[in-house]
Design a protein around this ligand. Structure first.
Ligand SMILES: Cc1cc2nc3c(=O)[nH]c(=O)nc-3n(C[C@H](O)[C@H](O)[C@H](O)COP(=O)(O)OP(=O)(O)OC[C@H]3O[C@@H](n4cnc5c(N)ncnc54)[C@H](O)[C@@H]3O)c2cc1C
Length: 480
């Protein structure tokens, strides 16, 4: 019998993790391991994970760290033998821009939602009405009937009022997916919030069991378990090392090659044919680790539930990274960055474009130097594509102008870098769970497994977990 063949389409971290699992994961290949071919459209593997050298440091262009409490990323790093490269985040907390000033975000929140009105005391940039809403939620909570799902916005606006929802909760919760709380599904993005809404009564009280034990912005860097990890060589070095070890395992890694069609084979030993501009690869099973819209485009002809994946929207974003001499910049005393509510007005044209600032060299010790500072500004939301029509020079200038307002001092940068991610972050709208379940169910009998950040959660650990799960499914599809 000929050797089984699996093709992985897409070489982001989920596709690479799928290839790792297909070839035995931690144990490595065995006699039962299929031939694995991974096809990536870009010249570079890694998708949204990429590291470059900037200001003499390995700077991440996309994800710069990953959650520690989810095990998938750290497990993979350990399996690769790279445990000694793991680096714990060296600071905690952040500031929020409210009515022209920065305020330290209080501790004890539950994933961005206050759990007590007392937490808001120090946030003098909030109006008395916002505080009253919070107090009222504790004393005389509003009734809210929520069905199987609702947007995050529907819940927090009804319970805590618009100001807390848009000025406080949206910058934290929406920022993770560059989405809007009025569109993102509570069930898919924030199940703890939906559960709290179902419990009834005070939302803040119901969220208390979820509150993180946060050491606080001025606590020593690492106390006990860290919240986030990075890699000393940059998160982008993870896919590079993974690809190197996959090559050693005999995985065929093809870059700069776009999959143009997936066809069911009319006859012969293999049920699928994978087309690129110049080749056709037969396959027993497929792992689709492409963005959902691409997967829908490639597989829409086989089932309407797979076609529906075309409708998963994704938000673009851009990052502008600056290096400045230490004397040229003044940051808040504590924390890893600043969050800016959407539609924040300023003296310049339109509302502010910057949604967040990350103090990269305060977060990650391997980026720290005495002489200069590296900060990164994030722009772009699902409904704010202004950065797309600006060239790099215009975007850098505009972002620097905003940073001059947001920070106490922001002088002349010595180096700048613009990175654009046109379709980086999938949006989980209400009904997303059903759309995903239907697509997975339609794929399974056809020996198609779906992997990536559109299905099992956004973020590096979730994407790795998704890739490995899809690989196990694909292995189960193979003829025995
Ligand atoms: C700007 C930004 C910052 C982020 N920051 C963080 C962070 O700090 N921490 C965190 O945990 N997560 C972060 N994330 C999220 C995280 O990076 C993603 O969830 C994860 O990398 C997604 O991996 P993926 O493999 O699912 O998708 P992708 O990385 O998008 O990979 C999909 C791949 O498919 C390829 N492809 C598309 N079409 C075809 C085709 N026809 N043929 C072949 N290949 C094709 C693409 O070129 C791409 O390489 C961030 C994301 C972005 C965009």
């Amino acid at each position: 019998m000929s050797r089984a063949s699996v093709v992985v389409v897409g070489g982001g971290i989920s596709g690479l993790a799928a290839a790792w699992e297909l070839t035995g994961g931690a144990d490595g290949p065995s006699d039962a391991t299929p031939r694995v071919e991974l096809v990536e459209a870009n010249a570079r593997l890694g998708g949204a994970l990429a590291t470059t050298t900037f200001a003499g440091r390995p700077i991440d262009l996309g994800a710069d760290g990953f959650l520690a409490r989810r095990p998938e990323a750290t497990t993979l790093v350990r399996e690769l033998g790279w445990e000694d490269r793991l680096e714990a985040i060296a600071a905690s907390g952040a500031s929020l821009w409210l009515r022209g000033s920065l305020y330290e975000i209080p501790t004890g929140l539950a994933l961005g939602v206050p759990t007590s009105s007392a937490q808001l005391k120090t946030l003098r940039g909030l109006s008395w009405r916002a505080r009253l809403h919070a107090r009222r939620d504790e004393l005389l909570p509003k009734r809210l009937h929520v069905g199987d799902d609702a947007t995050i916005g529907e819940i927090v606006r009804a319970k805590l009022g618009d100001e807390l929802a848009y000025q406080f909760i949206e910058p934290m919760v929406g920022g993770i997916q560059a989405g809007r709380i009025d569109e993102l599904s509570a069930k898919s993005v924030f199940p703890a919030l939906l559960a709290a809404a179902h419990r009834g009564g005070s939302l803040m009280k119901a969220m208390r069991p979820q509150a993180t034990v946060n050491p606080g912005p001025s606590a020593p860097a690492v106390s006990g378990a860290p919240m986030f990890y990075s890699l000393r060589s940059g998160v982008g070095s993870l896919p590079e090392e993974l690809a190197r070890q996959l090559g050693e395992r005999g995985v065929v890694l093809r870059t700069d090659v776009r999959v143009t069609a997936l066809r069911r084979s009319p006859a012969g030993d293999y049920p699928w044919e994978v087309d690129t501009a110049t080749t056709t690869t037969p396959a027993d099973a497929l792992v689709l680790a492409t963005p959902a819209a691409v997967t829908g485009h490639l597989l829409g002809h086989v089932d309407p539930a797979l076609d529906a994946l075309r409708g998963v929207a994704s938000a673009g974003a851009a990052m502008v990274t600056f290096c400045l001499a230490r004397s040229q910049i003044e940051l808040p005393e504590h924390g890893t960055g600043v969050l800016v509510p959407l539609a924040t007005m300023w003296s310049g044209e339109g509302s502010m474009m910057v949604t967040a600032i990350t103090f990269l060299d305060r977060k990650w010790p391997h980026l720290h130097r005495e002489e200069d500072v590296v900060v990164r500004a994030h722009v772009g939301r699902i409904d704010d594509p202004r950065w797309v029509t600006m060239n790099d020079e215009e975007l850098t200038q505009r972002v620097a102008d905003e940073l001059r307002v947001l920070l106490a001092r922001f002088g002349q940068p010595s180096e700048t870098l613009v990175q654009r991610w046109p379709h980086g972050l999938p949006q989980y709208y209400v009904g997303h769970d059903q759309l995903v379940a239907a697509a997975k169910a339609a794929g399974a009998p056809l020996r198609i497994a779906l992997a990536g950040s559109a299905y099992d959660g956004v973020g590096v650990p979730a994407s790795i977990g998704s890739g490995r799960r899809a690989a196990r499914e694909a292995l189960a599809f193979l003829p025995t």
